[in-house]
Design a protein around this ligand. Structure first.
Ligand SMILES: Nc1nc2c([nH]c(=O)n2[C@H]2C[C@H](O)[C@@H](COP(=O)(O)OP(=O)(O)OP(=O)(O)O)O2)c(=O)[nH]1
Length: 138
């Protein structure tokens, strides 16, 4: 089913932190926003909460079980063909080893490295908020 241009698509994403590094995923040729980095996640299904969605999506995309610890500010971004609300969560790994099931690749980055990736447009404010928070904490 295709969505109309003015429908707001709710998408969750996980900022997975492990040993002081953060996981980012490179979207593949087959995906929209190809060759852009993102925080993995996906669209909220009918009847599920945002937290349930991010846990399900990360199991599907990375084959790991995560624990959700905090939420960050959702951002709304309009691409030429759709508008999404990106709902970010800071997460940790509860169980499993990361495998890139759908993405071109996934990698772990330092805070400094995160800033230089070619991010999907919707992710930029999310990444910036996350980096600011971590810097303030140090
Ligand atoms: N999962 C995820 N999606 C994001 C992020 N940033 C961003 O712009 N998106 C966009 C890409 C997709 O258009 C949509 C999420 O869709 P999805 O990952 O569940 O499914 P999809 O690739 O099949 O989506 P699409 O082909 O219909 O665009 O949100 C992000 O950080 N994580």
């Amino acid at each position: 089913m295709s969505s109309t241009t003015n429908e707001l698509i709710q998408v969750t994403c996980a900022i997975i932190v492990d040993n002081g590094r953060i996981l980012a995923a490179l979207r593949s040729r087959q995906m929209s926003q190809s060759w852009k980095w993102e925080f993995p996640g996906g669209k909220i299904d009918k009847g599920e909460t945002a937290e349930e969605c991010v846990i399900r999506e990360i199991k599907e995309e990375l084959n790991i079980l995560i624990t959700v610890s905090e939420s960050l500010t959702p951002t709304i971004h309009s691409y030429p063909d759709k508008t999404i609300e990106l709902i970010p969560f800071i997460c940790s790994i509860k169980e499993g080893t990361v495998t890139a099931v759908e993405h071109e690749k996934v990698s772990w980055f330092s805070l400094e490295e995160l800033k230089s990736l070619n991010w999907a447009d919707a992710d930029l404010p999310v990444m910036e908020e996350f980096v600011k928070r971590q810097v303030v904490k140090v």
